[in-house]
Write a protein that binds this ligand. Sequence first.
Ligand code: SF4
Length: 295
Amino acid sequence: MSNYIHYIDNNAMKLADTAYEIGDYQCAYDNYTKTLNRLRNYTAHSVDLDSKANELAKKINELEPQLSSGKSILTFDDWILTKSSFVKGKQCVKYLFLDKHKKQEKTPISAAKQKIFNYGHAFEELVRKNEFPDGINIKDKIGNFAYFNSYTTYLLNIASTKIMYEASIIEEQVLVMCDILVKHENGDIHIYEIKLNSEVNEAIIADLAIQYTICKLRFGSALKSFNLILRTDDLNKQWKIQNLTDDVEKQMDAVKTTINEYKTILQQNEPNLAMGEQCNKPYECEFIDYCKKNR
Ligand code: SF4
């Protein structure tokens, strides 16, 4: 079984297991069935695959009589922009366009960059574990981005939900994911974004402004604070928390205008832009090789 197939099957299983756990039997049934059909289509057979297929077939049979008593909770949502594509657009609108329509032209990620990403993930884990323990990790529970938004909504409506990792919100066809979302008993919401940087800069504010705007559209006055968590050199506590609510609030109108501009750009032809300073500022663009080739 290829790693890719293994990955999509694992994600479909995660989604199906969570759907079953929360009583969305139709979603569980559909995803167990999808995985079973894929398993049966593999050309390579093994004892492991056969036993997994039998186990799934049994689950599907048991689910069938429960379908009519299930609730519809998890829905497949789509979006046009994400926080990451918005940040790319701020750097260069051609970058935004290529990232959406010509993903296959991206330069593969280097080992050095991957190392930084891994370090970033480890830092995120450290902060979550020590400052915001026992949160529900949406990514781990669902496995398919298209269902993150509806699962987040479901959890937010449960009184006992307090901390979520990767809470995902879609408004205005823009998807944003929050590193940490804390919901208090009175309904107040506080959001925290984690960065490996030690100081706030303009690129970070742009990144946070789109996220704040979408969260504010969803939560309105219940959104009480929007915070940035930065790295420090203090070995006792390697992070600090900075409240940036006022800074990002000021950017909301501009962000809404930019969202509309970017949606229009994505529907048009590839922008004709010359390479320049923007190709490495604030980040190294993933399409440098493509643009050089087509210069
Ligand atoms: S390489 Fe430069 S011009 Fe090309 S998409 Fe990236 S930032 Fe834009």
